[in-house]
Design a protein around this ligand. Structure first.
Ligand code: C6P
Length: 416
């Protein structure tokens, strides 16, 4: 596999104080739970501190110096996020609390206004609960049909069936770009092409793609994308909904309150322009400003270098882990088909026990259903262990994961 990319992991790691920690009486932390949330570099923390220390104020309201400065920092972050995904207009960037809220915004603001009983929304069996539950709630409330593109044994979507399911009644296709449970990279271009043939709108859940690979909304052809800052070095409690401006303008607000109105009187109210229309109340100002610093950090490294690094780690891990006795690795066969995630099980050892033993050895992974219970149901397991990589991970850390798994096998006496 190519190692021609430019990424100085040693230098990167020095920016992440958490990675220097020991856990469980002396084991060096090996952080492989990046699909849940990444760590933050000092540059992001410094920017948040700078805001609270020197510029703290509410935004879009005051005419005093601090408020003007805070507004400028907040809006600069919006522009940076827009440029990162090649949005044509920074008004298309709506700040939310995370991917979950972004999807709920589309479901409620677009879905409640434009869908009628009998209309179909197509999602898939690979989705995170955040892209299932809000649509089920809408279905139960207004009587739409919810249809699922099934998954296949190899962790990919069944595109043949997708072709049949996406039809004239389909008004929305809402699909993940990358499965958080398996790491599968979904062929969103193909899904978008099928949707557009039926003139359906498309929402892509990019929670697991934007942090790891180039996403260009201009060439993508989707109508909305959703992602979270905390999976890409930014703070928790900050997310993004990108939407095409004309569609956002046609939608009603999701939440009502301060900052999203133009006028309010005792009888009725009118709405502010996009994006304010969708940003009711005081937002996570410090968090958004910190997110801007995270984007700067990722830009300095280069998103293609990040993808190359993770692909190399994933290839190495797949190769090393496949030699472990009694292991089942779920999902696609190759690193090229995955986005830095490996979900697996060890024969006769519960995933939570594996997670515990790994933690005893300093290795942080997620063990559970990964908020993707339909995927677990398909696999016929209650849970898996999931290792997920990011810019600061190394092959030595994958060796530590493998050693920890061998400890678990020794302890539980698995023989196969
Ligand atoms: N997945 C994981 O461990 P929030 O929580 O709103 O930032 O993101 C929700 C979400 C939506 N879609 C996908 C594909 C995701 O992976 C996630 C978050 C984490 O896999 C936490 S459950």
């Amino acid at each position: 596999m190519s190692t021609s990319y430019q990424l100085d992991v040693g230098k990167i790691r020095r920016d992440f104080p958490t990675l220097k920690r020991d856990v469980n009486s002396g084991a060096s932390l090996v952080y492989l739970d990046n699909a849940a949330t990444s760590q933050r570099p000092v540059q992001v923390m410094a920017q948040i501190t700078r805001f609270y220390r020197d510029h703290n104020s509410n935004i879009h309201r005051g005419i005093h110096t601090l408020s003007v400065e805070a507004t400028e920092m907040f809006e600069t972050a919006r522009s940076k996020v827009g440029q990162f995904i090649n949005a044509q207009d920074s008004r298309e960037i709506i700040f939310t609390r995370g991917t979950t809220e972004s999807i709920n915004l589309v479901v409620n603001s677009w879905g409640r206004k434009f869908l009628k009983p009998g209309d179909e929304v197509v999602i898939s069996e690979l989705e995170h609960h955040s892209n299932i539950v809000p649509w089920q709630m809408l279905r139960d409330s207004i009587g739409i049909e919810l249809r699922y593109i099934p998954m296949l044994d190899n962790g990919h979507l069944d595109m043949e069936t997708a072709n049949k399911i996406i039809g004239p009644k389909t008004k929305m296709v809402s699909i993940t770009a990358v499965s958080n449970a398996l790491g599968t990279i979904v062929p969103v271009d193909e899904v978008i092409a099928l949707a557009k043939k039926q003139e359906a709108l498309v929402l892509i859940d990019c929670a697991q793609s934007v942090p790891h690979m180039a996403v260009d909304v201009e060439s993508l052809g989707a109508d909305f994308i959703a992602f979270s800052a905390h999976k890409m070095l930014g703070p928790t409690g900050v997310g993004v909904l990108w939407g095409k401006l004309n569609i956002l303008e046609s939608m009603d607000p999701f939440l009502g309150g301060g900052d999203m109105i133009l006028t309010v009187n005792m009888e009725h109210s009118t709405w502010a322009e996009v994006p304010s229309k969708f940003e009711a109340g005081t937002p996570n100002i410090g968090g958004v400003i910190g997110f801007g610093a995270a984007i700067d950090y990722l830009n300095d490294i280069g998103i293609d270098n990040i993808r190359a690094h993770e692909m190399e780690l994933t290839g190495y891990a797949l190769q090393k882990m496949s030699d472990i006795p009694g292991i089942t690795i779920f999902g696609p066969d190759t690193a090229e088909e995955r986005c830095g995630v490996i979900s697996f099980a060890l024969e006769n050892i519960h995933p939570h026990d594996i997670g515990q033993i790994l933690d005893d050895n300093g290795v942080a992974v997620r063990a559970g259903h990964h908020c993707a219970q339909p995927v677990m149901n398909f696999l016929g397991v209650p849970a898996t262990v999931r290792a997920s990589f990011y810019i600061y991970n190394t092959k030595e850390e994958i060796d530590a994961l493998v050693s920890g798994l061998l400890v678990a096998i020794d302890l539980f006496g698995v023989k196969s």
